[in-house]
Write a new protein. Structure first.
Length: 212
């Protein structure tokens, strides 16, 4: 997992509340067995018009936001089912940070495990960033997980809180597998000791013969 320390990027506004995981990645795309390629289906139903062509009014289709790595959204983002594919789709599309007022609990947990930083701000702050992203050309945000700050070039600056454990995992680029591998030597030692103890332990037949 790629470490997250600092990021400066164009910011894409998605002014919709209660965005659930089925909208982030529709269920028909969950049959894929790879963890890559989901970016093509991110917000699939919203990116396409009734004629099946890209909807020019949807932010992800707007060339102004091409290459953006920061998504600004409204409250309760990531609600619905717990599908981790939603994070795979966001990450594969290129988003490394999502800014909003609130996030669903399981989505919040899955985000950190997939290298995506979720920044929680007040409704007033998010509304300001949303308006600026919509109205200011080439609008960028800078996020520092090291300092736990977010700011722009137009006078906005704020701090955000982060669970210390998840913060350290993001800073170090450690997912669940990476965390486990940090203890590989200790796990190998335990395995060897456990296997040795198993083969040295008396078998039921040996116990019976000893008891005669």
């Amino acid at each position: 997992m790629k470490p997250f320390r600092q990021l400066k990027s164009l910011a894409t506004p998605l002014d919709r509340v209660n965005v659930d995981t089925d909208q982030i990645i529709p269920k028909q795309f969950l049959q894929r067995i790879e963890r890559t390629g989901f970016g093509d289906f991110l917000f699939f139903d919203w990116r396409k018009g009734s004629d099946g062509q890209p909807d020019p009014s949807f932010p992800l289709n707007d060339p102004r936001f091409k290459g953006s790595e920061i998504l600004i959204t409204a409250k309760n983002f990531g609600c619905g089912s717990s599908r981790e594919h939603a994070l795979w789709a966001l990450s594969d599309f290129g988003f490394r940070c999502v800014v909003g007022t609130s996030f669903a609990d399981i989505f919040f947990s899955n985000a950190g495990k997939n290298g995506i930083l979720l920044v929680t701000l007040s409704e007033e702050q998010v509304a300001m960033l949303m308006e600026r992203a919509q109205s200011i050309a080439d609008y960028k945000l800078a996020v520092s997980l090291e300092d736990q700050t977010i700011y722009d070039e137009h006078g906005f600056a704020a701090s955000f809180s982060m669970d210390p454990f998840r913060r350290e995992c993001l800073l170090q680029g450690l997912d669940d597998i990476g965390l486990t591998l940090r203890h590989a030597a200790a796990l190998d030692t335990f395995e060897h000791q456990h296997d040795g103890a198993f083969w040295l332990a008396p078998r039921p037949q040996q116990k019976a013969e000893t008891a005669r």
